[in-house]
Design a protein around this ligand. Structure first.
Ligand SMILES: [Zn+2]
Length: 334
């Protein structure tokens, strides 16, 4: 048993309380390799932002759970080395799908876990979430639950259709489970293809697809039921068109990739939404930089010569999100 506190990590409790009252959101960036992790920490340190490092089940399978945990431990020391006296870094399990997986993460030093029982019948979701909360809270680890189903594909999480969270269920769910935060479904979606062209309208000036707006009425109804309670948005990449264009320009083939417009996320970040998950955008930034480097320097074969630009591009993206979308910059104590 390793306590996250010994590793210098923090849980989400204070972080979320400050974010809700301060009208901003904490970035939750997924990572599964060193360059991503470096870019996240450099961006968080330079902007003085708290940050959540997220590990999905797929990332654990790809990169090895033990290695990822030591990388997160290294991230705390790395942030200090970069000049951040008091980094606020959460190591969070994204989409835990069983009690055993959540327990294993808690036992190896995660400071926060998500138990995603959203695809289960309501009563089973409550029971599973409660079981994880009971275990996690013994070690002061915070727990995110989910109500409602997001569409799209994220690693091993896939759903054909979305179902908005039902506001009439949230009080009962939060009371019965004791969760610290709640992921809801209001129209965000996993992956880089969040909407079909049929669901979108076309901007007459640019010819780009414009996705349907998020269900802010559902969010407001949930906030009314649970004033000040930390709300989480998954699937909140914006799929930057310049990255998509770069990928396509240099041999890629991303057709009709559409994300959530940043102005909608900015609006959400000012509400009780205090954690916004971004994964696909960093994948796009990395891929765009690597494709460009390959195309421009075909004789190059030193991985640092294309992974370096990829890291720079991801860092730029993370800083943009922190400053211009989430508003979590300058929130660390000196
Ligand atoms: Zn998710």
């Amino acid at each position: 048993m390793v306590s996250y506190k010994e590793l210098g990590l923090v849980n989400t409790r204070k972080m979320f309380a400050k974010a809700v009252s301060g009208g901003y959101a904490i970035p939750a960036f997924n990572f599964n390799n060193m360059e991503q992790m470096q870019a996240i920490i450099m961006a968080a340190v330079e902007t003085k932002s708290p940050v959540i490092l997220q590990v999905s089940k797929g990332a654990r399978n790809y990169a090895n759970q033990t290695l990822l945990r030591y990388m997160a431990q290294g991230a705390v020391e790395y942030a200090k080395e970069l000049g951040c006296a008091h980094p606020e870094i959460v190591l969070h399990l994204d989409h835990g799908d069983s009690f055993e997986l959540c327990k294993s993460c808690i036992d190896m030093g995660f400071s926060s876990v998500m138990i995603d029982g959203s695809s289960l019948p309501y009563d089973e979701n409550v029971a599973l979430t409660r079981k994880v909360v009971d275990y996690a809270h013994q070690y002061d680890v915070t727990v995110e639950g989910e109500l409602g189903v997001l569409a799209g594909v994220e690693d091993e999480v896939a759903a054909e259709e979305s179902h908005y969270t039902k506001p009439e269920e949230v009080i009962d769910f939060v009371t019965k489970t004791g969760v610290d935060s709640l992921a809801i479904s209001i129209g965000t979606s996993h992956g880089a293809y969040k909407f079909t062209p049929e669901q979108c309208t076309v901007d007459p000036e640019t010819g780009r697809l414009v996705p349907p707006p998020l269900a802010f009425d559902v969010l407001e109804a949930i906030e009314k039921k649970l004033p000040g309670f930390p709300i989480v948005l998954h699937g909140s990449s914006s799929v930057p068109q310049d990255e998509v264009d770069t990928i396509n320009q240099y041999g890629g083939s991303l057709k009709a990739a559409v994300g959530i417009p940043e102005e909608q996320l900015r609006k959400a970040a000012k509400s009780a939404v205090c954690k916004i998950n971004i994964d696909s955008d960093s994948r796009l930034a990395m891929t765009a930089a690597i494709r460009k480097a390959f195309a421009e320097k075909p004789a190059e074969f030193d991985p640092r010569k294309y992974l370096g630009p990829a890291r720079d591009n991801m860092k730029k993206l993370y800083e943009h999100k922190i400053i211009n979308v989430l508003g979590s910059n300058d929130k660390l104590e000196a």
